[in-house]
Design a protein around this ligand. Sequence first.
Ligand code: FPP
Length: 248
Amino acid sequence: MNFKTNKKLDMDRLDPTNVPKHVAIIMDGNGRWAKKRGLPRFAGHKEGMKTIKKVVERAVELNLEAITLYAFSTENWKRPPKEVEFIMKLPSQFLDTYLPELIENNVRVTTIGHYDGLPEFTKKAVQYSVERTKNNTGLVLNFALNYGSRSEIVDAVKQICENVKQDHLNSDEINEELISNYLYTNQLPDPDLVIRTSGEQRLSNYLLWQVAYAEFYFTDKLWPEFNHDAFDEAIIEFQNRKRRFGGL
Ligand code: FPP
């Protein structure tokens, strides 16, 4: 499997020197994609995995620092057990298939979320890839698995309180930077761009603290339909926005 897209960049429209550092993606619409074709929801998730490969390829080509993919939220446990089990097997399917290419392309795999709540087989696959790629210095491919932003913030607050209680930290030292450092994403820059597919326009408890200054891009495309060109379009739109960070 080759990790090159062979899809030429439209250099007149996309400036490769002005790409977002970190793109956070809400991959939505797998179920609707399958329904439209009279297929079971599983088929949509499987097809969605192919989109992940396309997006990773493009992110590597564009030299992005990181992409974070919302693969499973803490709320997704409410889905039928069979669907949950299927989704939980996808990380191992994806990583078993693509780990050699990820390594070859200097990609580092990481995860955020409540790791302990994942099934053993999911943890095993993820842990292996995280370990095998930990010294890679290229794109960070970060999977949000069993992730919820509010619970991440609660965990951070608890740890901060504990450190104050134990006298490891003075409450005067608590500032925005310190809070960022207590989040799962402390090794990553904040996302500059958030993409959500399938026409939904909400954040669904995703990276609430980290996206304070991000640009948002919503597309009607369902996740399995999203491809290199669609990713390029999102980046072009990002480049056309004027980011002011609260200034003029
Ligand atoms: C949203 O579509 C999709 C999900 C909840 C699961 C996303 C997971 C993947 C694409 C695969 C994960 C793979 C790896 C490698 C971690 P939906 O089911 O909510 O679609 P709908 O809104 O149309 O029903």
